[in-house]
Design a protein around this ligand. Structure first.
Ligand SMILES: [Zn+2]
Ligand SMILES: [Zn+2]
Length: 285
């Protein structure tokens, strides 16, 4: 049975000539046949007559005429469709979502990058001023910590147990303007991590207070992560550490560029990063 033999092919066969490899919208036989019919001639030298349906058309001119006309209408329709200028899909920027440019040429991204670099520099200078110059916190400083373990719920009845320690490390290179605010997603925010040697043991120091400047701007928030350790009370013996210009101006540039390449504006807004950039980008802050 032909229909069975061709069951795999029949799907793709031309509905006019039943040959495979094209469909009716591009059937050259149908186009030729209709050209003949429309000129008032029976297309007796048509190659359609050599196909499997040739005998059927030869025996039934009405059918042949009607089919070739139908086929030609489909050919014409297909031609008109392809002539219509298809609206070209405009390129959309992966960073800002606007059309007509890409991430590479995005002026919004260039500005955000510039602002982020500036925000980070301004924040690092502010952090240095508040934490190192004013607070006296850096490696070698003597620190008073409170070792009393108290739960959040019994805060009112807390009796401190003070101990002295020596600050042994500060995570300078991980700190950025994204450390400044508790609203920033922990995916991006690295908080201040200070270790101190207390009674011969190196421990993490927990910060339960925020560090603000006289103008009220928060430079560093309390420790949010669930690490155990004595909590910070005060520096009792300041340590001096000169400000590294390179740390202030160049630090985190690779990380910030990476972040902007991997994320888009929407994500940066969601994560609180745009707010942090806005808070620190101005030179005067
Ligand atoms: Zn065909
Ligand atoms: Zn863009």
């Amino acid at each position: 049975m032909e229909i069975y033999k061709n069951k795999g092919k029949s799907k793709n066969a031309c509905s006019y000539c039943r040959q495979t490899g094209h469909n009716v919208a591009s059937c050259e036989l149908a186009e030729y046949d209709w050209h003949e019919w429309s000129m008032g001639r029976v297309p007796l030298d048509s190659k359609t007559l050599q196909t499997n349906v040739g005998w059927w058309y030869r025996e039934n001119y009405t059918h042949w005429y009607r089919n070739s006309r139908r086929a030609f209408l489909k050919i014409e329709a297909a031609r008109n469709k392809s002539k219509q200028t298809q609206p070209r899909r405009k390129t959309k920027c992966g960073f800002c979502g606007q059309e007509g440019h890409t991430r590479r040429t995005c002026t919004v991204m260039a500005q955000v990058l510039k602002d982020a670099y500036q925000a980070n520099e301004n924040w690092r200078r502010a952090f240095y001023q508040r934490m190192v110059v004013e607070e006296g916190l850096s490696e070698g400083a003597a620190v008073r910590v409170d070792r009393a373990r108290h739960s959040y719920w019994s805060r009112n009845t807390h009796k401190p147990e003070y101990a002295m320690g020596l600050i042994s490390s500060v995570n300078w290179d991980d700190l950025s303007f994204l450390s400044s605010h508790g609203n920033i997603s922990p995916d991006y925010r690295t908080e201040l991590k200070v270790t101190a040697v207390v009674d011969g043991k190196t421990v993490d120091v927990i910060f339960k207070k925020w560090f603000e400047r006289p103008d009220g701007k928060v430079v560093c928030t309390e420790t949010k992560s669930w690490i155990y350790g004595p909590s910070y009370d005060s520096i009792v013996g300041k340590s001096e550490k000169p400000l590294s210009e390179e740390w202030a101006t160049e630090g985190m540039k690779d990380e910030i560029l990476f972040l902007l390449k991997k994320r888009n504006l929407e994500k940066l807004k969601e994560a609180g990063i745009m707010d942090a950039i806005d808070a620190w980008k101005d030179q005067s802050c």
